[in-house]
Design a binder for this molecule. Structure first.
Ligand SMILES: [Zn+2]
Length: 314
């Protein structure tokens, strides 16, 4: 008997992406406010040190790691008052701690690595990169939610940092994730790529944009593609998703069917946008394009969307 799962890819495409192998169980339903202090009292707890949106990692010839011992984190002037506990991984509590140390004073083997570098270098073990993504998103959310959105009073962290409560009106504020669609528009044997002015030189990627209130994913794909490139879109097919800690988004990857050819873009959101054929995209992924045009890094959802299109249509 056929089933709705027959066309599910194995391995699951999302599982191959950077930040997607987070093994932390948050167990928010069974938490109490004492979970953080209990974790801080437990000698087996592992720590993530975060400074200005970067994680402090230990990098040796044996490899890189972001999970630190108590002895290690104490070197970085930790701010335990504003620590949070994302959850438990492999039976050990994971605590993320803002560090006050000046990163310029860090000594080998420690150094700061921002989320983009974590994604591009892919040097951390996948489950640690996933934990870093979660911790960076959560700590950024705390930083930007110090006051209640309803009454403006101060809010305070609860449940080890998975909720904030307003001291005045008692409103409960939960961490947020902003959905972003990222899509590859296809027309015959060509795909549509663009480059934003903020991209590194020679990079081209899938078009992307935030889902707006009241929209479905499919509607957001059609609207964003139309707004950015002028291309009209028909059918939309979900492909994979990627946690995107910039600062707390979820990338939702899709393919979409272009119904028109003529591209128009405003030069602000995109500085270039055009059709690429299969050979050119393959050359960009393999870093051998004649004009040195490049696809995004291998652990990004954009690279996987582009690569899977080539594979599926080979
Ligand atoms: Zn309030």
């Amino acid at each position: 008997m056929s089933s709705v799962f027959d066309d599910c890819a194995v391995p699951e495409p999302s599982s191959l992406l950077g930040f997607s192998s987070n093994g932390i169980a948050s167990d928010v339903e069974s938490r109490t406010d004492s979970c953080l202090s209990a974790a801080l009292d437990n000698k087996d707890t592992l720590y993530l040190a975060v400074k200005s949106g970067s994680v402090l990692i230990c990098e040796t010839q044996a490899g890189s790691r972001a999970f630190l011992s108590l002895e290690e984190i104490n070197k970085f002037d930790p701010d335990f008052v504003n620590a949070i506990m994302p959850g438990i991984a492999d039976g050990r509590s994971i605590v993320a701690v803002p560090a006050k140390i000046d990163v310029e004073t860090l000594k080998t083997p420690y150094r700061a690595m921002d989320a983009r570098a974590v994604l591009y270098s892919a040097s951390l073990p996948p489950e640690e990169a996933g934990a870093v993504g979660m911790a960076l998103s959560l700590l950024h959310w705390h930083k930007t939610n110090q006051h209640c959105g309803l009454c403006g009073s101060a809010s305070r962290s609860h449940l080890g940092g998975l909720r904030r409560d307003c001291k005045q009106c008692k409103a409960q504020i939960f961490p947020r994730t902003d959905p972003v669609v990222i899509m590859l528009a296809l027309r015959g044997d060509k795909c549509l790529l663009g480059r934003g002015p903020q991209f590194p030189p020679n990079w081209y990627s899938c078009l992307a944009g935030f889902v707006e209130p009241g929209e479905t994913i499919e509607q957001a794909v059609r609207r964003e593609t139309r707004e950015e490139s002028g291309i009209k879109i028909g059918r939309v097919k979900y492909y994979a998703s990627q946690p995107w800690p910039f600062p707390h988004s979820l990338m939702i990857g899709a393919y979409c069917e272009a119904l028109s050819d003529e591209i128009s873009f405003d030069g602000e959101e995109l500085e270039d946008c055009r059709w690429f054929d299969r050979e050119e995209v393959l050359a960009m992924i393999e870093r051998r394009h004649a004009k040195e045009l490049r696809a995004p890094p291998s652990k990004s959802i954009a690279a996987h969307i582009m690569g899977n299109w080539l594979k599926q249509t080979a």
